[in-house]
Structures are given as C-alpha cells and as structure tokens.
Design a protein around this ligand. Structure first.
Ligand SMILES: [Fe+2]
Ligand SMILES: [Fe+2]
Length: 475
C-alpha cells in the first residue's frame, strides 16, 4: 500500500523529507498557498467543519477517508500513483524507449508550458466558485462544492510539486505566478478564457462541473500517457478525484430536471411563465445553459489544426485519450483526420494530417463522452412522460477558437446571417433575463435535510450518511 505520510508538514508519498532543498522550497510556497486560499477560496467558510474526503493512500481502498475538517486545515499534499516497473514510451518518435524519470533538456520549455497551463485551471475554478457557498441549495450541496474546491486546491499542489521538483528556478517562479493570476482579473487573468468566466449561480456550477471538469478529465487522460513519468503518475491520481466533480455536475443537473418535470406534471403545463411562477427552472433555460457551457468548454481543446499539438504528440509529451487501448501505429504519420471549416454559408469537412488535428481528436472524444450524460438526463424527462429532449449543440455553434471562430451557426448546425443570429441569440444562449431569473432563485438553504425549491434531493447521501446528515457545522 502506498500510504501517505501525514506527520509531515506537507503530506506526501514521494519521500519529500529525503530532499531537503525541495522540501524547504515547497514549505516556503505553502504559506503563500494558504494566504491565497484565505483571500480567494470559499467565501466566509474558514471556520466551518465540513464532512470532507481526504486521501490517505493512493490505492483504491485508501484514498477516501471521511470526517469533519476545517478547510484551511485540509491536508493538501503530494500524491503520485505508484510507478510502473520499466515503463516504456508507447507513442511518438521515442516509442519503445524507457519513460523519462527526468525532463529531457530539449522538451523542458514545452513540458513546463503544459504543466503550467493545466495547473492554472485548478485554482481558477476555486476562484470562480468562491461565492457559491452563500447561496447553496442544501448542506449536502454545500459540502460537495467544498469537496470539489479542496481537491482543485490539491491539484494545484500536484502541478506545483512537478514545477519545483523538475524545473528549478523557472519552476519556482511559475509556482508563484499560479497564485498571482486570478480568474477574471483584467490585468492578470487566468490563462484559458473559460476559466475567466463567472460561475454566478448553482445551475452554472453544475454545468461547469459536468462540462468543464470533463475537459479536465480529457486533458488529464492525455497527460497520463506522457513519456515524462512523474507527470503521468500525478495526473493518474488526479483523475480518481476528478470523477467525483463530474458526478456532482451530472447528478446536480439531473436533480434540477427532476424537480422541473415534477412541477410540469403537477401543474400540467409547459408554460415557461407558469413554471417560473412556481419557482422551478424551465427546460428551455436548462437547454440554453447547456449550449453556453458546452460551447465555451469545447473551445478549451484549442485550434482544430495545431502544429503544437503535433509536436506534443510526436515528442511524447501528451498522448491521445486512451492511447494504450488504440490499435494503430501510435506514430500517426501519413494519416489524416476530418476537421470542420466554414466556406461561405456552408460547413465543410476538410481532410488534414492527423498529427496536426490532435486537438480535434481529443475534442471529438470529449463530445462523445459528454453526450452520454445528456442522454441520462433525457431519461429523467422521458420517465416523467414529457416529450422533450435536451441535446448538445452542433460543434460549430458559438465557437471562439480555431477555424470556426466567430462563425454564426445555429445549435442545429445551420450557418445563419448576422441578422438571424442577433434575432435568435436569446433562444440559443442564456439571456440576461434567464440569468436574472436563475439568480433570483438562489437563496441559502442550510437546515439539514432541507432543499431549495428548484432542486430535488439526491437519491442518497455522501459516504452512506443520510441525506439529512449534518454535512457542514457552521460554528
Ligand atoms: Fe482539477
Ligand atoms: Fe475538477
């Protein structure tokens, strides 16, 4: 069992105490991290006792220990999955060689960039979500929010460890900068745009954890294939935590839908005004939130044709999703892939070298995965006997990166005029009015077992505790 040493100031399973210089550098970073958590972490929550899951080892049995903890006392630490003996590089130009235990000089800049870009998203999401605790729909949900937040904090630790351990002075500077950029800050924003958007209400939060944390899953899966073994081992462990974040999103939206369809059946109506008067979130509004979060998130995969993506793959830094399970040569030279372009008022497929299209390959894998959950939401609607289907919009809808950037395309995938776009955009994306309505529902419900009117209770509680368990003690 690869257990984690909790007697250390920085809990870890990497024998930190044997590397004094590294330990000192990280202990120097730690108070800055805690200061950041105080300033930018969950608002007004420092004194709450929260029923949190903490990892005590990285094997399947040991990574989930539950108990009430004050969040600033959460044991953030450095946990890597155990190494595989004689692991070999399994894709790109170095295929068949031994995986790297250190950073090859020629790939240092690119690896650092990949790690910093991933690392930046982790604290960004904590910042985006920092006010949500003030409007939680229940204690159960509040606890889930905080669980996601502390784990994103730990993911930052995971990336900072790599920077300190393998990138010397540059790495230490990057680790400082990760605490200095802030989500939405005009002068010093987070690196990726979706992480500078607001998460103003709980519908947005559930959409974010469903769609945007899933982008995290796909990026981490691609990095878990990396030839740089410490990165592969770190991201593998992060993925076990990430699964819970997507569960929070999927089950959250599912419960919102459940409450809505119940109200539709009780009131025998699909009239938006009547449903809003009853205080639930109508399905067309949910669809518009899906359209927004989905389109913003698929932009995160980057340009559809990218020479960087080709370089990252060929040099072995970043693989494809489930690289090891694919039946091809894992070199991809001479192979092609179809990407979407716009010509006049038509969307056309264009065949391009696959190596250059690897962002698009990962985006398409993501699309398949995110559709599956939407189908599960549809079953909730279907069970209620309501003839409505939610969908993800067309890939070309509302894009801001790559060949489709700025194209005016309807959610069904029809190229539309500027005029039609501006006439119908409020049917397709959340309007100010939608956001104001959803915002108006956000009260604060904290009595154990009680839930806001717009969301159904979960089927079961956390870690087999009852739904009305005291998940948060406010003190
Ligand atoms: Fe994360
Ligand atoms: Fe996450």
């Amino acid at each position: 069992m690869s257990s984690i040493d909790y007697s250390e100031k920085i809990p870890n399973n990497v024998n930190l105490s044997e590397d004094r210089t590294l330990q000192r550098a990280l202990e120097h970073w730690q108070p800055n991290y805690l200061q950041w958590w105080n300033d930018m972490g969950p608002d007004g929550s420092q004194n709450f006792d929260v029923y949190l899951r903490t990892a005590i080892s990285v094997d399947p049995q040991g990574w989930a220990q539950f108990g009430h903890v004050k969040m600033p006392d959460y044991r953030w630490g450095i946990f890597l999955n155990p190494g595989e003996q004689d692991r070999k590089i399994h894709f790109g130009d170095h295929k068949g060689e031994a995986a790297w235990q250190d950073v090859p000089g020629e790939y240092r800049a690119n690896l650092r960039r990949i790690i910093v870009t991933q690392g930046d998203t982790e604290p960004a999401s904590v910042e985006q979500q920092r006010h949500l605790g003030l409007t939680c729909p229940s204690q159960y949900d509040l606890r889930n929010l905080f669980q996601v937040n502390v784990e994103e904090g730990r993911h930052l630790w995971a990336m900072v460890y790599l920077l300190h351990r393998y990138f010397g002075r540059d790495g230490r500077e990057e680790a400082e900068a990760l605490l200095e950029r802030n989500s939405g800050n005009a002068d010093n924003p987070r690196i990726l745009q979706a992480f500078n958007e607001k998460t103003p209400d709980w519908l947005s939060f559930f959409m974010f954890t469903y769609f945007t944390d899933r982008d995290g899953k796909f990026q981490l899966c691609a990095l878990a294939e990396s030839s740089f073994d410490p990165l592969a081992r770190t991201t593998k462990f992060m993925l076990t935590e990430e699964a819970h974040h997507m569960f929070v999103g999927e089950s959250g939206i599912s419960r919102v839908i459940q409450r809505t369809v119940n109200a539709m059946n009780e009131l025998k109506t699909d009239d938006v005004a009547k449903l809003r008067a009853a205080g639930v979130i109508d399905l067309p509004t949910i669809q518009r939130y899906i359209n927004f979060h989905y389109s913003v998130t698929i932009d995160l995969f980057g340009a559809d044709e990218s020479s960087n993506a080709a370089t990252f793959y060929s040099t072995g830094l970043k693989g494809r999703y489930e690289e090891g399970k694919r039946q091809d040569d894992h070199l991809l030279k001479g192979q092609t892939y179809k990407v979407l372009n716009i010509e006049g008022d038509k969307l056309v497929e264009k065949e391009v070298p696959m190596l250059n299209a690897l962002n698009e390959v990962l985006r398409d894998d993501y699309i398949t995965d995110s559709r599956a959950g939407v189908e599960r939401w549809n079953r909730v609607i279907e069970k209620a006997g309501i003839p409505v289907k939610l969908t993800v919009p067309h890939k070309a809808f509302h894009r801001n990166i790559g060949a489709l950037s700025g194209a005016k395309v309807s959610p069904e995938g029809r190229v539309v005029s500027e005029q039609e776009w501006s006439q119908r955009v409020n049917e397709w994306l959340p309007s100010d009015e939608d956001r104001a309505y959803v915002g108006s529902l956000m009260g604060r419900v904290v009595e154990p077992g009680k839930f806001a009117n717009w969301i159904a209770p979960p089927v079961m509680g956390v870690n087999r505790q009852p739904v009305d368990f005291e998940y948060v003690r406010f003190n």
